[in-house]
Write a protein that binds this ligand. Structure first.
Ligand code: SI3
Length: 304
């Protein structure tokens, strides 16, 4: 199996809610169209940015379905199926296969600190449930487990494992996973603040939680990296990081800030679900428009 089709800028898809906080079909499809029109290569559906941890199984299935109905055959679709129990993860995995997703992905088990033997078994049960390729998701900041090279080595013996989405902060982890995985194994950069360095040290592509807020900038960063224009790549990464820091400095959660910015950019996907908090007051009235202006200015700066 070639991993070529998975390369590119793959936004982590957001939870799209209506005004009452329910998953919205119309808004999910509107976000799909918005991202497709921007030129991204794929979507990572139902991960951290998709607020998977705050949604029940039926809501997660609904989002997977709406995205597939809208984008199957147009974009590469990766379904994140990590859930508290193996049973739920397997159910989501089978459903994603029925819908025609291109690959599955999952975080390790959460809440209990389980031994690597249980983590191995969990991921393997998901892989055994379908014929789809699998992308390991390493995100120690939120799961509390940092994928060891030992377990990684054992996992990649399974030919269904085609890649890893690495969200740990050390760029060295990306380099090590790429070295162990080899040429036909895809490493996705996870920390958006290090997209350029991640690509240079070995990541083949990127999946990120802030891509959908400013896809133009990540597509441009990728263009600079792949054409060897490193001065511009470094410069755009600095502008992206200023924006990420601004999005994280408001009185609500980062995803809520992103969703408010998206409204100003023409796509309304509602707000976030508690316990994530919305942006309010002056931050909403003045800082969100200022961030939108920063994005527009950065896009205008890199028109070559
Ligand atoms: C820890 C964390 O949330 N990492 C994010 C980053 O994209 C992150 O939002 C970004 O680097 C800003 O800090 C992604 O790796 C997560 C992600 O893509 C997803 O599953 O939604």
């Amino acid at each position: 199996m070639t991993v070529e089709k998975f390369k590119g800028i793959i936004p982590a898809f957001y939870a799209c809610y209506d005004e009452t906080g329910d998953v919205s079909e119309a808004r999910t499809k509107a976000l799909c169209s918005y991202l497709f029109d921007k030129g991204v290569q794929g979507l990572y559906v139902g991960g951290s940015s998709g607020e998977c941890i705050y949604q029940n199984l039926e809501e997660r299935k609904a989002t997977l379905k709406y995205v597939a109905e809208s984008m199957k055959g147009k974009l590469i679709l990766i379904a994140h199926v990590g859930a508290p129990s193996t049973r739920e993860s397997v159910e989501l995995a089978k459903y994603a296969e029925e819908l025609g997703y291109d690959a599955l992905s999952a975080i390790p088990p959460i809440y209990f600190k389980l031994p690597e033997s249980s983590i191995y078994k969990y991921w393997t049960s998901i892989m055994d449930a379908t014929g789809l390729p699998f992308i390991i998701y390493n995100i120690p900041q939120t799961t509390g487990y940092n994928l060891s090279l030992n377990l990684f080595g054992k996992l990649i013996e399974n030919k269904k494992v085609i890649g890893v989405k690495n969200s740990s902060m050390p760029a060295l982890d990306i380099e090590r996973f790429k070295a162990a995985g080899g040429e036909n194994f895809i490493v996705f950069n996870g920390p958006d603040e290090q997209y350029v360095s991640g690509r240079l040290i070995g990541a083949d592509a990127g999946i990120g939680g802030t891509y959908a807020a400013m896809p133009e900038l990540y597509l441009k960063a990728e263009q600079y990296v792949s054409t060897g224009n490193f001065a511009k790549a470094r410069s755009i990464q600095k502008d992206i990081n200023d924006l990420i820091i601004a999005l994280c400095s408001l009185n609500g959660n980062m995803y809520s800030a992103i969703k408010e910015v998206l409204k100003l950019r023409g796509v309304n996907v509602g707000s976030v679900r508690g316990p994530l908090e919305p942006v309010t007051g002056d931050d909403l009235e003045t800082k969100i428009p200022a961030i939108r202006d920063m994005i527009d200015a950065a896009i205008a700066k890199y028109q070559d």
